[in-house]
Design a protein around this ligand. Structure first.
Ligand code: BTN
Length: 244
């Protein structure tokens, strides 16, 4: 497995996408400093300074796209939650793949598909984990409340150690996941889901949908109930509506 460590880059996802042709399957691209990190829905991923994880997996599992690839972000979110367990942190998932501790986001995951015309070239699966942050810097993150390992644990975590454990855990069950898709992780995902049976608002590309979360189906999609009418949501941003 090729392991690239860059001192500084615009974005590990951008780097991996630009160089996809020459990078081997399962290459890991890590940056120690990321100047133009991006997240889901065109949001910025802020670099919180030295000691944080900015990583992209270059994945070229086949010459054709498979529907199971769409759930890789959810697979990685479950793998990450299990890593957090080892550090004594109770981690939950906000659909589809935000990992939270104490209701605050500690990591973000972004998958990008690379196509050349209609030809599938591969995937770049990026993850940013807040390992070390100052409280004041976390306030710069406006998308949702954020936290970091050092704040939750009261001590620092070694970046290289955390990274190699995460990468190992990811590849441990990767082939099995690709064969079986979301159903392979569904039970573990559901146990981590903090949005089930909650009233939510979801911002989708088709507008805002509101309803009670009934389930996550076998494809990892969100199933909402709005006064007896069912909506299946494939992508969007979930906001839990607090009731008085
Ligand atoms: C999100 O929560 O919206 C996803 C954030 C993904 C951030 C990571 S950091 C490493 C990789 N490079 C990027 O530019 N983005 C991902």
């Amino acid at each position: 497995m090729q392991n690239i460590i860059l001192k500084e880059v615009d974005s590990t996802n951008l780097y991996a996408k630009k160089n996809l042709e020459v990078l081997a399957d399962k290459t890991i691209v890590q940056a120690l400093k990321q100047n133009f990190g991006h997240g889901r829905l065109n949001r910025e991923w802020i670099d919180l300074g030295n000691g944080n994880l900015f990583l992209s997996f270059v994945l070229k599992p086949s010459s054709e796209f498979s529907k199971n690839y769409s759930n890789l972000t959810q697979y990685l979110s479950v793998v990450l939650c299990e890593r957090l367990d080892k550090y004594g942190l109770e981690a939950y998932i906000k659909w589809p793949n935000d990992v939270q501790v104490n209701g605050k986001k500690i990591a973000g995951i972004l998958s990008e598909t690379v196509m050349q015309g209609s030809e599938f070239k591969g995937l770049v699966l990026g993850i940013g984990v807040n390992l070390k942050a100052e409280l004041n810097d976390l306030k710069k993150i406006t998308e949702q409340k954020a936290t970091a390992f050092n704040i939750e644990l009261g001590r620092e975590v070694n970046l290289e150690e955390f990274k190699s454990e995460l990468v190992k855990a990811f590849f441990d069950n990767y082939d099995e996941f690709l064969l079986n898709g979301f159903e392979y992780i569904k039970e573990k995902y559901i146990k981590r889901a903090n949005f089930l049976n909650k009233l939510v608002k979801v911002e989708t590309i088709h507008g805002i949908k509101q309803g009670l979360v009934k389930s996550v189906n076998d494809l990892g999609e969100l199933v909402l109930d709005n006064e007896g009418k069912e909506f299946v949501i494939t992508t969007g941003d979930v906001y839990i509506i607090e009731r008085e």
